[in-house]
Design a protein around this ligand. Structure first.
Ligand SMILES: [Zn+2]
Length: 103
């Protein structure tokens, strides 16, 4: 998949967001799906529109999870973890290269 960032001819084809003030679009799968990708962010950064470092810091601060749980002893043994959901499957599979060389 190629990243080809360009300025959309119609302004409606892009959802402007904080890290994409130039309203760029990209041809890659992620950008088509989510409207943003690292290439778009990189171009905005190169043009001096955003500062990746500060944006990343904001993102990091957005969710602040406090680790309240403290193991106090053997009693805090975790129960057997039940099988997790398989919601990640689709994402993982779509990014796998299709190679048939396996022997
Ligand atoms: Zn892209």
């Amino acid at each position: 998949m190629m990243h080809k960032v360009s300025v959309p001819e119609e302004s409606t084809s892009c959802l402007p967001c904080r890290v994409n003030p130039m309203g760029l679009i990209c041809t890659c799968k992620q950008a088509r799906k989510t409207g943003i990708c690292h290439a778009i962010v990189a171009v905005n950064h190169r043009c001096g529109k955003i500062n990746i470092a500060s944006e990343l810091m904001k993102m990091g601060k957005k969710k602040k999870k406090k680790a309240v749980h403290r193991a106090t002893g053997r009693r805090q043994m975790q129960p057997e973890s039940s099988s997790d959901s398989e919601t990640d499957e689709e994402q993982t599979l779509s990014d796998l290269p299709t190679s048939s060389d396996e022997d």
